[in-house]
Design a protein around this ligand. Structure first.
Ligand code: ISL
Ligand code: CA
Length: 542
């Protein structure tokens, strides 16, 4: 069970409104009590923070606001003493434009670092091709110095590294080995399936964005040379070490994703798939919201359970890029239902087969923020999107979408108690605290044995120690049911059944066959054998 920790918003130990490494050290006992076995840290490297640490200016030093390398070494040692592993974020599709390599690279066409990045001449006075970036209209930026364009799939301050250059690859491997030698336990690899681009960088042919560019993953995701790079990295960095690598891989389906985790291929240990996270996104992407439908949801989970029978799967409801699941996959109208729904979602996801990633705040049922103005936002993706939409006369639509899907929803400070700034800091925080903190916070949850927090603690202990929960086979029950997600996990003579009602209303559901069986988990009072209450979840040992 891995805890995804967003350092900027976890705990501020030195009173400047920004979470830091000493803050994590102070809270290690908290994480130990929760029961997790490892922490994935979002990037903590030196960065100008154009994209909150995903724009790295020095891979081998610590972001000033977060502390020093000594602080990091202490964190690693103390975590290891407590039996908690540390997984780092590895961001090597791009660096910051303030990285020494890029500063060199942009100087001249014959600079030895020129080919560390992807430079092209313009075409007919325009960009080299029509690619849109994730954050800005075009994926190219003209650099005055040499009159050429560089590629940036994300912001202008995140130039893409050129993986075709073997020298670049050697530098990256050296850096990875340096961290592994220090004792870190693995990596979550940022957009790792984007590092290889389609040969020749051809134009995309899909729909144009508001500014006339085309977002075309078919040209930059899952490309030909990717397997070669992943195998080489594994050989040169990970083989023979006790470590774990999970690739962040948007735009994969079971057919394309399976290969990355096939043990025979020797590439990655796990991947994050995004089919579930994209379930409510329309054709034009995340901002176009479509209603989410449980049958689609069930079939995505089912096919990924099947696809990870060989190899290993990852399980998550949310992360620092996604809205909070309680504001997305359920419709919470009261405190009682918030608590019940949070437990139901935890049960449905984390008792599947695979390694769970629990995102900071999930254990107390944190929800989306209620922003009231653009000035409260910090996320470049939302801000750029809003500005582009405004130009096109679609500001209102953009604001509504940001409230539901904007990444800052997941990044508000951790709610520790009901004191000022939710006990995260005694200084004005870098991003506003969710106004519901007086009710939703760790201190309050820990005063109540029936809280979401204690449910997570029990679930984490069970999932980490029960052989059936870890290794048991998955079998979906009642796949056609429109409201209930139910499955069986079994290993030899042991088995349990999970039953989750995704509807806010009662549904009839026959459970008479489970009479007198042991209830391992239950999120409400209901003894009925044929009716499930709204958002009810039961786990029955059979
Ligand atoms: O955030 C998304 C949807 O809102 C994704 O499309 C996301 O941009 C994509 O999964 C890549 O995310 C990762 O790389 C980005 C960084 O901004 C994200 O925080 C990171 O998780 C660029 O490094
Ligand atoms: Ca701080």
């Amino acid at each position: 069970m891995i805890y995804q920790l967003y350092p900027r918003s976890f705990f501020d130990a030195n009173h400047d409104g920004i979470g830091d490494i000493r803050g994590i050290i102070e809270k290690l006992d908290y994480l130990k009590e929760l029961g997790i076995g490892a922490i994935w840290l979002n990037p903590i490297y030196a960065s100008p923070n154009d994209d909150m640490g995903y724009d790295i200016s020095d891979y081998q030093s610590i972001m000033k606001e977060f502390g020093t390398m000594e602080d990091f070494d202490e964190l690693l040692a103390r975590a290891h003493e407590k039996g908690i592993r540390i997984i780092m974020d590895l961001v090597v599709n791009h660096s910051s434009d303030e990285h020494a390599w890029f500063i060199q690279s942009r100087k001249s066409k014959d600079n030895p670092y020129r080919d560390f990045y992807i430079w092209r001449e313009g075409k007919d006075g325009k960009e080299p091709n029509n690619w849109a970036s994730f954050f800005t209209p075009s994926a190219w930026k003209l650099d005055e110095e040499t009159g050429e364009y560089y590629l940036h799939l994300f912001s202008e301050k995140q130039p893409d590294l050129n993986w075709e250059n073997p020298k670049l690859r050697e530098h990256i491997y050296e850096m990875i080995n340096w961290w592994l030698d220090k004792g870190v336990d693995g990596f979550r690899m940022d957009v790792i399936n984007l590092i290889a681009k389609r040969q020749g960088l051809p134009d995309g042919s899909g729909e144009k964005n508001l500014s006339g560019y085309v977002f075309c993953p078919e040209n930059f995701a899952n490309q030909e040379r990717l397997g070669e790079y992943l195998k080489e990295m594994r050989r040169k960095c990970f083989d023979g070490r006790d470590c774990m690598c999970v690739g962040e891989t948007p735009f994969v389906n079971p057919e394309t994703g399976r290969k990355y985790i096939d043990p025979k291929e020797k590439e990655l240990d796990m991947i994050f798939q995004f089919e579930l996270m994209d379930i409510d996104s329309g054709k034009s992407g995340k901002w176009e919201m479509i209603p989410y439908d449980l049958s689609k949801f069930k079939s995505i989970l089912h096919k990924w359970q099947d696809a990870t029978q060989e190899g290993w799967g990852s399980l998550f409801w949310s992360n620092h890029d996604q809205p909070r699941p309680l504001s997305r996959f359920v419709n919470v109208t009261s405190e009682e239902m918030r608590i019940r729904a949070a437990k139901m979602l935890a049960t449905a996801m984390h008792l599947l087969r695979g390694t769970s990633f629990i995102y900071q705040g999930e254990e107390i049922g944190m929800m989306n923020a209620s922003f009231t103005s653009l000035s409260q936002l910090r996320d470049i993706e939302s801000i750029e999107y809003y500005n582009a939409a405004k130009k096109a006369g679609r500001a209102d639509e953009a604001w509504a979408a940001i409230l539901r899907k904007g990444r800052d929803n997941a990044r508000t400070p951790m709610q520790w108690d009901d004191s000022v700034h939710a006990g995260f800091s005694d200084h004005e925080p870098w991003l506003m605290v969710n106004e519901n903190y007086r009710n939703i916070n760790v201190a309050k949850a820990r005063e109540d044995k029936e809280s979401i927090w204690y449910y997570y603690q029990k679930l984490i202990r069970f999932k980490s120690s029960d052989e059936t929960a870890i290794y048991g086979a998955f079998e979906e029950l009642c796949p056609e049911h429109p409201e209930v997600f139910s499955y069986r996990r079994s290993l030899e003579e042991n088995a349990y059944v999970v039953i989750c009602n995704f509807s806010a209303d009662k549904v009839s559901f026959d459970m008479s066959g489970y009479k007198k069986k042991e209830l391992l988990f239950h999120n409400c009072e209901n003894e009925s054998e044929d009716v499930l209450l709204g958002y009810e979840a039961r786990v029955i040992k059979i």
